[in-house]
Ligand binder design. Structure first.
Ligand code: DOR
Length: 443
């Protein structure tokens, strides 16, 4: 007797091939892959030949709890996640109060345990004086350093503090790499202090490619100096990719987000401040180099940097409009639509969005469909195309920068820990995710 059997599926294997047949789950694990499962099951789903993938692990989201739950909380963010086929997420510390010590981390874990329908893990945020917490709190997927300011008040921009953090401890350090000094200098030069507000597109000039490159180079140099495990979050520029192509020793990984692959500065005309984020969207010729970096392995994984703000907040004049866009529920359909168009493969999508994040953060037993692995799964419909619509967005933000786009590969079912949580557009009550383990995080 199994807990769940998914029949007649095209089951994605890590090498990009597919096994036709049935998949059985029991006690939260995948027990059988392929062939025909005839044993009884508490629930049986007919996949009708659709593609079954490992659940996506989104390793960078902002879910705003505590402090700004009018735009998201851990529950609503996790519901948006499973709508998009994301079964595990790693959440950033820039909430209010920020997640900078064991007390705040424990609060989030307890809250997530009660409200999250996907599996969850949390970063610990670096300040200039919480070194002991950075290396002792458990469980944390890594240390987050904002080298340049963004939403919230976390910022570590001086060399002495950065050197101290990189030289103490072994835990993974993930950096938001933008140089604060250059941001301040260019803000003073470019943003008029009076008169009409400037266009939102000025944001991409204020935080220009050099702003990102300076900070990425600095983080890489610190990692090299101390041999410290480093993950460069949301690489956004061709110049960073070219730099990392020759400066990326084994202890360094990097990531890109869909916004830098699918949006560019021409989108400000259409989207205004909806397209504003940190690091900013770039010129149209930039994305092809990011894609190449992904194909070549210079960029290891895809995250979303899901960063919800309300449209009212977004409508403030620049520079008072906040940076960030929701994205956790559109990343998989965006990528599968690319796959359908022949721009990437099923093996690459699994490597970038499932297995890669598991490896990067040392999350055991996830990221591939294999007997004995956790039963975190998503069944997608590659043949049906559906438009992204603000009014259908699950995120409390209530909008998407991709509204109006026709995407295929939307989830039909999302399974977390062997239980169906997203069922044809609806969240099933009573299913919750679990806290993630980070087995190799300190290795
Ligand atoms: O645009 C952004 N928004 N970038 C970040 O790094 C933070 C995020 C947020 O939390 O709003």
């Amino acid at each position: 007797m199994f807990d769940l059997v998914i029949k007649n599926a095209r089951i994605a294997r890590p090498d990009g091939t597919c096994t036709e047949g049935d998949l059985a789950c029991q006690d939260g694990l995948v027990k059988r892959v392929g062939g025909e499962v005839t044993a009884d099951a508490a629930e049986t789903i007919d996949a009708r030949g659709h593609l079954l993938l490992p659940g996506v692990i989104d390793p960078q989201v902002h879910f705003r709890e505590p402090g700004a739950t009018h735009k998201e909380d851990l529950g609503s963010g996790s519901r948006a996640a499973v709508r998009g086929g994301v079964t595990s997420f790693l959440e950033m510390p820039n909430c209010s109060p920020a997640t900078t010590d064991q007390t705040q981390l424990d609060w989030k874990l307890a809250r997530a345990q009660r409200t999250c329908v996907a599996n969850f893990g949390f970063f610990i945020g670096a300040t200039k004086d919480n070194l002991t917490s950075l290396n002792s709190v458990e469980p944390a997927c890594g240390i987050k350093i904002f080298m340049g300011s963004s939403t919230g008040d976390l910022l570590v921009d001086d060399h002495e503090s950065l050197d101290r953090i990189f030289s103490n401890g072994t835990r993974l350090i993930a950096v938001h790499a933008e140089d604060e000094e250059r941001i301040n200098q260019r803000s003073a030069e470019l943003i008029p202090s009076s008169g009409n507000p400037p266009p939102y597109s000025l944001h991409s000039e204020v935080r220009d490619p050099e702003t990102a490159l300076i900070a990425t180079r600095r983080a890489v140099e610190l990692s090299q100096k101390y041999g410290r495990r480093l993950h460069v979050l949301h690489l956004s520029t061709a110049r960073e990719v070219e730099y990392l192509r020759t400066n990326k020793p084994g202890q360094i990984t990097s990531e890109v987000i869909p916004n830098h692959l699918f949006l560019d500065t021409t989108d400000y005309d259409r989207l205004g401040s909806r397209a504003q984020m940190n690091p900013p969207i770039r010129d149209p010729d930039n994305a092809s180099v990011l894609w190449q970096g992904l194909h070549d392995g210079v960029i290891d994984i895809i995250a979303t940097d899901h960063a919800p703000h309300t449209l009212e907040e977004k409508s403030k004049p620049y520079p008072h409009s906040p940076g960030g866009m929701p994205g956790v529920e559109t990343s998989l359909p965006l990528m599968l639509t690319q796959m359908n168009a022949g721009k990437c493969t099923l093996a690459e999508i699994q490597a970038w969005m499932c297995e890669g994040p598991a490896r990067t953060y040392g999350i055991p037993n996830k990221g591939r469909i294999e007997e004995g692995f956790d039963a975190d799964l998503v069944l997608v419909d590659l043949n049906h195309t559906h438009e992204v619509r603000d009014e259908e967005v699950f995120s409390r933000a209530g909008w998407s920068p991709y509204s109006g786009r026709q995407l295929s590969g939307w989830p039909l079912y999302t399974v977390v820990g062997g239980r169906v949580v997203f069922d044809n557009g609806q969240i099933r009550p009573g299913v919750f995710g679990s806290a993630l383990n980070f087995a190799d995080a300190d290795a």
